[in-house]
Design a protein around this ligand. Structure first.
Ligand code: PLP
Length: 428
């Protein structure tokens, strides 16, 4: 087999979210270090999107690598039904220490979609176990919660979900409470409560930043009000912190900005510092208690072969060690300040429709006149322009965003901002 990597890839591999007939060949990445990915041809790329929002502390981080390899030599995996192990218990304790105090139990899974799938099933079975089954959820318009069937069901209906629509369960979508739509969102929620409260199991949302929707941002106040209504009606609330968790929004969790706390949280992506696939769903004692019974049918019949994989738990513990170090928290604050300053600088540019920031997440919506489609030509032009300039940027339609690893330096971010300014001039 003496074909090169790209030839072998195109012969044998099927990539995610990729039209394999028309998309150009992928770039072969052979090494990662800090905020950079290195290609086989010697080029290096600044990972401005943290490799699909997962990487927190930089690539191939030596501390995480040591902890994972130590764990690999001690215990690489053990099934998690009937057995347990120190990394899983240590991680559950650590997570519950940093989460809102009423979170009581941690259920492990494999990625963001399964963390959501677990949350949705947990919420539905909660009601079924209580003897009053409820199978309908409320979600925000334009939500994205993953690609498995339950996660797709609570996500907005789009080109992504169209082929599967007959099998998706019904969801009530309410407006995202962005500035100007807060009252409408509250009103829609109240209306649903009036019309069919006894069918609603839970309300699921991406707190403060809707990632795939285009880094759509909204304030804690209206979300608090939505959560309050749910609480008054006894509806469970599920915060999908798969993207926002672990410092992304400037605080450890986006829900730290809220006064009302959700009943269930979903985590993945940054949980392992971005080193490997892993998911966790946490819940309150009240949710957990609904599954305790002498009746075996009330068991939560859900699990995966790799539930609580010790390597993923070890990576998560190591990532948490780094995350809570004062230097990391300072970097998060500094990145947030840099984003804000740059947003202020370019807000009035003729090609900028809107610029928004929340913590380490910066988003710029391009003024396109009419076309904003995900597949618009602008998206590909921007993607290629940034790649040519050594930056990995994966626009969402006409929206570019930066969500860098926390180890990114001031100079590295300045380089990204300068390149954005060049792009604004070139693609006006
Ligand atoms: N939830 C949110 C908020 C996400 O942004 C994503 C992925 O982008 C998911 C869930 C799904 O996670 P995964 O891709 O790991 O299945």
């Amino acid at each position: 087999m003496n074909m090169n990597l790209i030839e072998r890839d195109s012969r044998y591999v099927w990539h995610p979210y990729t039209q394999m007939q028309t998309t150009p060949a992928p770039i072969g990445i052979v090494r990662g270090e800090g905020a950079y990915l290195y290609a086989g041809d010697g080029r290096k790329y600044f990972d401005a999107v943290a490799s699909w929002w997962v990487n927190l502390h930089g690539h191939s981080h030596s501390y995480i690598a040591e902890k994972v390899s130590e764990q690999l030599r001690t215990l690489e995996h053990a099934m998690f039904a009937g057995f347990t192990h120190p990394p899983a218990v240590d991680l559950a304790e650590r997570l519950l220490e940093v989460l809102p105090s009423d979170q009581a139990k941690v259920f492990y899974s494999d990625d963001g979609s399964t963390a959501v799938e677990v949350a949705v099933k947990m919420a539905m079975q909660y009601w079924s176990n209580k003897g009053t089954p409820r199978n309908r959820l409320i979600a925000l318009k334009d939500a994205y919660h993953g690609d498995t069937f339950g996660a797709m069901s609570v996500s907005s209906r789009s080109t992504f979900t169209a082929p599967f629509s007959p099998l998706l369960f019904e969801v009530d979508f309410i407006d995202v409470p962005v500035k100007g739509s807060e009252e409408e969102a509250l009103e829609q929620l109240r209306r649903i409560m009036l019309e069919r409260e006894d069918e609603i199991a839970a309300f699921i949302f991406e707190p403060l930043v809707q990632g795939t929707a285009g880094m759509v941002m909204y304030e804690p106040g209206p979300l608090d009000q939505l959560l309050k209504i749910c609480r008054e009606h006894g509806i469970l609330t599920i915060a999908d912190e798969v993207m926002t968790g672990f410092g992304r929004t400037g605080k450890l969790f986006a829900c730290n900005y809220l006064e009302q706390q959700p009943d269930i949280f979903c985590f993945s992506k940054g949980i392992t510092g971005g080193t490997m696939a892993f998911g966790a769903t946490t819940c309150t004692q009240q949710v957990f208690d609904a599954f305790l019974s002498g009746d075996k049918l009330k068991t939560f019949f859900h699990g995966h072969s790799f539930t609580a994989n010790p390597l993923a738990c070890a990576a998560s513990l190591a990532s948490l060690d780094i995350l809570v170090e004062p230097e990391t928290m300072e970097s998060i604050a500094r990145i947030s300040r840099q984003h804000e300053a740059f947003a202020g600088k370019i807000a009035g540019h003729r090609s900028v429709r809107q610029v928004r920031c929340r913590g380490t997440i910066f988003a710029l919506e391009w003024e396109t006149g009419d076309s904003t489609s995900y597949f618009s030509g602008l998206r590909d032009k921007l993607y290629n322009f940034f790649l040519e300039n050594g930056i990995i940027m994966r626009p969402l339609g006409n929206i570019i965003y930066i969500m860098p690893p926390y180890c990114s330096t001031e100079e590295e971010l300045d380089f990204v901002y300068q390149t954005i300014e060049l792009a604004l001039e070139k693609f006006s």
